[in-house]
Design a binder for this molecule. Sequence first.
Ligand code: PMP
Length: 391
Amino acid sequence: LDSAASSQKPSQVIEAMNTYYRTTHANVHRGAYSIANKATEMFENARSSVQRFINAKHHEEIVFTRGATEAINLVALSYGQRLQRGDEIILSVMEHHSNLVPWQLLAQRTGAILKFVSLSPEMTFDYSHYESLLSAKTKIVAVAHVSNVLGTINPIDRIVQAAHRVGAVVLVDACQSVPHMPIDVQALDADFLVASAHKMCGPTGIGFLYGKRDLLTTMPPVHGGGEMIETVSFESSTYAPPPARFEAGTPAIAEAIGLGAACEYLQSIGMDRVWEHEQHLGRYLYDQLAAVPELTLYGPGRELPRGGLVAFNARHVHAADLSFFLDQDGVAVRTGHHCAQPLHGLLGAAGSVRASLYFYNNQNDVDGFVTALRSTLLLFAELNTTAKTHR
Ligand code: PMP
C-alpha cells in the first residue's frame, strides 16, 4: 500500500526494456546504421506514447527528464530566468518539497517572492485565498494536482484560468494524478505539467516535462552538451529546438522505452477504469480507517473527491512504530513527512502513516491492512495498561 511512493512494474514494461537492451541497444539520434535508427525510433515512439497519454498537441512538447523533480527544476532554472525582484510565485501549502525547494532557490536567485495558498477548513485548496493572492505581479503558479498527503484534488482548470487572467503561467505537479486518472493537458490548458515514470508502472530515473510548444521555444537551455545544439563554435553555440534543447547528452534510453510501454499498458486497461477502481477502493479504505476511533485522518472527508490514499496518525502510537508493526504483518505503508514537512507542521504532526492504492490493489489488501492495524493498536493499548499497572 505504498504506490504513491512508487508503483509495481508490469512485465510489459520490464520486457520492453529487456528487448531494447538485448536486441536494439545503440545510442539515439546519431546512428548511421539500422540498429541505431531502430533505437531512435523506439525512443521517439516512447515520446509519442507519453504525448497520447496526456493528450498533448505536439510530440515536441514532451521533454524527457530524470523525473518530476528534475522537470520542475528545469522550469525554475530556464523559464525562471525571466523573473525579477518583486515578481511573485504562488504555491500552495500542500506542495511536495520537489515543488517548493526549486522555487525557493529561484526566489533566492532573483529576489522573487513566494506566496502560499492556504487550506480551507475541509483541507482543500482555498480558492478564494488563491484569487486574493493573484495580481499583475504573479508570474508563476505551481501546484500539485493531487496532494500526496491529503489526497485533495485541486481544481486545476479553474486555477489555470484565473492565473492566465493575470498573465501568469501554471506548472502542474501531476505526480499523483497522471498515474491514476485520465489527464488531458489541452483541456486543463496547463502551461507545464510534470510526472515521474516510476509512479505510473514505469522505471525509475525518467519522467517528463510537458510544456506548451510556444513556451518551450522561448526558453533557454539549462544543461549544455551533445544533442542540444544546432551549431557550435569555440566561443558560442546555437541551440536545437525543443525537446532536444533540454535533453543534453545521452538520454536514459531504456527508461524512456519503459515509460512508453507503461503508458501503453495503462491505456490498454483504460484510465477511466483505473480511476473508477481507485475511487471505489479509496472510499472503502477511508471508511475502514474512519471507523477506527484512535485515528486522526488527514485531508478531505469521504463526501469530497479525493485520491486513493489516506494519511493518518494514531493517538498514543508513533507513526514509525505503527509502520514497523504493520511490516511484521507483511503490510507496506509509508511513514514520515512524505516530503511535505511544512504541511505536516500545519497539521500539527511531525509525520504520518500513509496507505496508498493503485489499480492492482483490492479489498483484501485493505482488509488485511486494517486488521493488522487494529491488532497493532490493541497491542499498544495493552502495553500501556500494563505499564500503568506496574508504575
Ligand atoms: N510531487 C509529488 C506530489 C510527489 O508525490 C512526488 C513523489 N513523492 C514528487 C513530486 C517527486 O517525484 P520524484 O521524486 O519522482 O521526482
